[in-house]
Design a protein around this ligand. Structure first.
Ligand code: UD1
Ligand code: CA
Length: 485
């Protein structure tokens, strides 16, 4: 069953969002509201897809073009109501493609939980009707249009809450705003919509009543799961729908073999891939084009954006964006990996390590408190604690190359551009401004000297002086040391 067209209504202001961003461009689970609806619509493989735009037109059109380049954006220049919007779209489609026949699906752009399978149910159960509306029984029907049925249970009409009397308001079955129409019946009904309601708008819901009066069959199909029809009108509903999607995604992943210690604090975008036997610890978020291979352990409190994590790797309490973390690698706690970071197989970026545009070779380690920017580090090398790759001279960025099996002493400054040869060492505390050849020890620091007896002379009476005096006793002071002390 393939619909001729799907029309998405998305011209509304979204006033209750109180946002500079058009409502349908707000995202949950890594996809815009419009993206979710369009995704469900595409599941039916409709011949045509039209989206009615109005508020924030340019932004919505640009976004639609990235979602479905072939989709038709139809501009509704004034808010004339859902009926007016549908007519505008149908006219635009027929102007382009000639008179349509078959089934047209109409859906609001603000129902992100809708699935393709529920749309298919509407098509199947509504087959043979001139109009079928998807309904749901809501525990709290507040704000929705109510479904009024005949004594024999057949659909009579839809009444908006603001136009409803006390009896109708009690009805718990509501209109989802999702319909399947026979095009011909819809086209006829849209010609005679009134504006005789509290908002003075042309309601698409009135088309149901008109089609029935014209002798057409109308059907109400009850959704199996009422959450599918929940609409987003404000930020609270945005969060509610986001939580429903989170649960859906997490349930599917757990069925697939992913362990989650706390699914309620684990947030995963629809675009993310997670393999079986991955463990996700509380407070972790996987966003964008992230992929995690089997056996990896992520978290707690780790955010991965557009990252790939290899088999058996571990990422603890860290934030990573655009990073590749190789198989069996170790990251964190408290690492910050920025775009272009490439952690080799079995390599390590440890506590309080920041990296960007840097490749760490297989088995290499940056265990503690370091900044590694614009660098290539070979296999098996060790970067001592608190090493800084000084990549920025205030104007341009420069690269540092560290060979294989290098030992960089703690607190080394590697002032780029600089190259450390294979197997070389640097002395702790060095400022390395010149290349260190393979196998050499690079030393770049002042030699230490001790001025003996200085504390006893200069800080007489202090606790330090007393401690010094009680210690080893005799101190030999050379004349040279006395000279400038
Ligand atoms: C609508 C239904 C209501 C249903 C509810 C389900 C009508 C009259 N009411 O109410 O029965 O329970 O959806 O969520 O249809 N839009 C346009 N152009 C317009 C007006 C609206 O494109 O001129 C779009 C909006 O952007 C939105 C959708 O149509 O995506 C629904 O409009 P909205 O104002 O949210 O309708 P509701 O009051 O929620
Ligand atoms: Ca709505």
């Amino acid at each position: 069953m393939t619909p001729t067209a799907v029309i998405v209504l998305a011209a509304g202001e979204g006033t209750r969002m109180r946002s500079g961003t058009p409502k349908v461009l707000h995202s949950i689970a890594g996809r815009t509201l419009l993206g979710h609806v369009v995704h469900a619509a595409l599941d039916l493989a409709p011949t045509h897809l039209a989206v009615v735009v109005g508020a924030g037109r340019e932004e919505v059109e640009a976004h639609l073009a990235t979602l479905v380049p072939s989709a038709l954006a139809v501009f509704q220049s004034r808010r004339g109501g859902t009926g007016h919007a549908t007519r505008t779209a149908l006219e635009a489609l027929e102007k382009l493609h000639g008179e349509l026949s078959g089934i047209v699906i109409v859906v609001g752009g603000d129902t992100p939980l809708l699935t393709g399978s529920t749309l298919r149910k509407l098509l199947v159960e509504g087959a043979g009707s001139a109009a079928a509306v998807l309904t749901a029984e809501l525990p709290d029907p507040f704000g929705y249009g109510r479904i009024v049925r005949d004594l024999d249970g057949s659909l009579l009409r839809i009444v908006e809450e603001r136009d409803a009397d006390e009896q109708v308001i009690e009805i718990e079955e509501v209109n989802s705003g999702i319909y399947a129409f026979d095009v011909k019946a819809l086209r006829e009904a849209l010609k005679t919509l009134s504006t005789d309601n509290s908002q003075g708008e042309e309601y698409l819901t009135e088309a149901i009543d008109l089609i029935r009066r014209n002798g057409g069959r109308v059907a109400a199909v009850i959704s199996d799961d009422f959450v599918e029809i929940l609409g987003v009108n404000d930020r609270a509903q945005l969060a509610e729908c986001g939580a429903v999607l989170r649960d859906r995604i997490n349930d599917a992943l757990m069925q697939y073999g992913v362990t989650m210690m706390d699914p309620t604090t684990t947030w995963i975008d629809v675009t993310v891939e997670v393999a079986p036997d991955v463990t996700l610890l509380p407070g972790s978020a996987l966003f964008g084009n992230t992929r995690v291979d089997k056996g990896a352990i992520i978290g707690p409190r780790t955010t991965l954006i557009d990252c790939t994590v290899g088999e058996g790797a571990e990422v603890v309490e860290s934030t990573c964006r655009g990073a590749h973390i190789g198989a069996d690698a170790r990251v964190g706690p408290y690492s910050f990996l920025r775009p272009g970071t490439d952690i080799g197989r079995g390599a390590k970026a440890g506590a309080f390590v920041e990296m960007k545009n840097a490749k760490l070779g297989e088995g290499a380690k940056v265990p503690h408190l370091s900044y590694v920017g614009d660098a290539r580090i070979g296999v098996g090398s060790n970067i001592g604690a608190a090493t800084i790759f000084v990549n920025y001279d205030g104007v341009a960025k420069h690269e540092t190359i560290v060979g294989d099996h290098v030992r960089i002493g703690s607190d080394t400054m590697l002032v780029a551009p600089v190259t450390i040869g294979d197997g070389a060492y640097t002395a702790a505390g060095s400022v390395i401004t010149e290349d260190v050849p393979a196998g050499a020890m690079g030393v770049g620091r002042a030699r230490q000297r001790n001025i003996l007896g200085w504390v006893v002379r200069k800080r007489a009476g202090s606790a330090a002086a007393h401690a010094a005096e009680k210690s080893t006793g005799t101190v030999n002071i050379t004349s040279e040391q006395l000279g400038d002390a």
